[in-house]
Design a protein. Structure first.
Length: 207
């Protein structure tokens, strides 16, 4: 019995520990957004030169955009459009701590970036955090399914109600819109939800 209580306490953590993890998560989300804004300000000063560091499909030099592309935007209007949902959905993910935010962002970013690099048209450059936004959305929707958690399912439904129409519209091929980053970002969110799904412990039956 003592071992069971200790394991439970260690797994869930104390209330102060949970608050500390959440605070770290919010800080990381805020830091990522701040980096986007600083990057755009620098880009304005440099006359848009940073935009060339985005994803260039099937160009080895263009792979740097997998890392840098999400922090670059085509003007402040583009940046604002991504900042708001990023903060909202990133904030929800941050409730599980900074490590969860980092893990989701890395998985989504890699799948979105590499998928775009592989199939997007040549002679194009893809920038913006929308791939991460789509990934955050599908992660929040899918995690409740994989975890079989009612509260997470409710959160996922709220995400669909708030952002569903805009997300679906972003998957439609349009001139100047990287639907590839959106599509693979969404796929990355589902992958992240599967990889990070809770592993439920099996408790031995009492004799």
């Amino acid at each position: 019995m003592v071992e069971g209580v200790s394991a439970f306490s260690s797994a869930t953590g104390s209330a102060p520990a949970r608050r500390f993890r959440r605070t770290d998560g919010f800080k990381l989300v805020g830091a990522l957004v701040a980096l986007m804004w600083v990057s755009e300000m620098v880009d304005v000063v440099l006359g848009g030169r940073l935009d060339g560091l985005g994803i260039e499909p099937r160009d080895l030099d263009g792979l740097i955009g997998v890392v840098l592309g999400p922090f670059l935007h085509v003007g402040f209007g583009h940046l604002v459009a991504n900042t708001i949902p990023f903060l909202v959905m990133g904030g929800v993910i941050a409730l599980a701590g900074a490590l969860r935010v980092a893990a989701v962002a890395v998985i989504v970013g890699l799948i979105s970036g590499l998928g775009t690099w592989l199939i997007a048209p040549e002679s194009t450059v893809h920038i913006g955090a929308s791939g991460l936004v789509f990934g955050f959305a599908t992660y929040l929707v899918a995690r409740g399914v994989f975890n079989r958690d009612l509260l997470q399912l409710v959160v996922g439904a709220a995400v669909v109600l708030m952002f569903g129409t805009a997300l679906l519209g972003g998957l439609v091929p349009q001139q100047g819109i990287s639907w590839q980053a959106h599509f693979f970002g969404a796929a990355g969110g589902i992958a992240a939800a599967r990889v990070l799904a809770h592993r439920r412990e099996e408790h031995p039956a009492r004799a």
